[in-house]
Ligand binder design. Structure first.
Ligand code: SAH
Length: 217
C-alpha cells in the first residue's frame, strides 16, 4: 500500500510513510471488508459513512506538515483510522464525530489498539472544540460548502487546516488554509476529491425528527 499507492503518487514525508506503514488498517474496517482493507479505494464503515482511500489519508496528513509537539483537531472521526495515523506524528489528537455510535466504537478501538494520545467526543465539528484550542493543525474529513468560521478561529497562528470544500455540481476541492504568524488567512486548492458531506445543525435536527416520528408510528 505504502509503496504502490503513496510513494509512487508523490507522498515523500518519511514520517508520514512510516506512520501509514505502522497503523493496521484492517483493524479499522468492518470484518466483511477485511480482505480489501489495503485496497486503493475508500470502504464503507456503516451508517452511510466511509473510511478514506489510503492515498487521501497520506496526502492530507502530509499537507498538514506536522511536528512532534503539535496538537491536532480532527473533524469526522469515522473509524478512527486517520486519528491513529495522526497520533503517531504529534503529541495530542482531539477528534469529533457527530454519530454517537461511530464515536464510541472508534474511541474503544483506538484505546484497545494502544493509541493513548487520542481523545474522541460526540459533537458537531462545525463548532470545533474551543476548550483545547488553539490547534497547530486541523483536518476535516467531510466536505463543507464553506470552511466553518469556528475552525478558522481555533487554528493557531502559523497553523494549517486541510479540508474538502464543496463547490457544488458534485465538485469538491481539497483545500489547505494557512494562518500566518500575523493572523492573515490564505487558501490553496490541491486536488478534486469526493468526501461524505459535513452535516450541519439543521441536517442533524431533521434526522432526529425523522427518527422520532418513525419511533411513534
Ligand atoms: N476520518 C475518518 C473518515 C471519516 S468519514 C476515518 O479515518 O475513518 C466522515 C465522518 O464525518 C463520518 O463518520 C461522519 O459521521 C462525520 N461527520 C459528518 N458531519 C459531521 C459533523 N458536523 N461533525 C462531526 N463529524 C461529522
Amino acid at each position: 500500500m505504502v509503496e504502490e499507492q503513496l510513494r509512487t503518487r508523490g507522498i515523500t514525508s518519511q514520517s508520514v510513510l512510516e506512520a501509514m506503514r505502522k497503523v493496521p488498517r484492517h483493524c479499522f474496517v468492518p470484518s466483511a471488508f477485511r480482505d480489501e482493507a489495503y485496497g486503493d479505494h475508500p470502504l464503507p464503515i456503516g451508517l452511510g459513512q466511509t473510511i478514506s482511500q489510503p492515498y487521501i489519508v497520506g496526502l492530507m496528513t502530509e499537507l498538514l506538515q506536522l511536528k512532534p509537539d503539535d496538537t491536532v483537531l480532527e473533524i469526522g472521526t469515522g473509524s478512527g483510522y486517520q486519528a491513529a495515523v495522526l497520533s503517531l506524528l504529534v503529541k495530542k489528537v482531539y477528534s469529533i464525530e457527530i454519530l454517537p455510535q461511530l464515536a464510541s466504537q472508534a474511541s474503544r478501538r483506538l484505546d484497545t489498539l494502544g493509541y493513548k494520545n487520542v481523545t474522541v467526543k460526540t459533537g458537531d465539528g462545525n463548532e470545533g472544540w474551543s476548550e483545547h484550542a488553539p490547534y497547530n493543525a486541523i483536518i476535516v474529513t467531510a466536505a463543507a460548502p464553506r470552511i466553518p468560521p469556528a475552525l478558522i478561529e481555533q487554528l493557531a497562528r502559523g497553523g494549517r487546516m486541510c479540508i474538502p470544500v464543496d463547490k457544488g455540481a458534485f465538485v469538491q476541492q481539497l483545500t489547505v488554509l494557512t494562518k500566518g504568524l500575523d493572523g492573515s488567512i490564505s487558501e490553496r486548492p490541491v486536488i478534486p476529491v469526493a468526501f461524505v458531506p459535513l452535516k450541519e445543525a439543521h441536517d442533524i435536527k431533521k434526522e432526529r425528527n425523522i427518527q422520532d416520528s418513525e419511533k411513534h408510528q
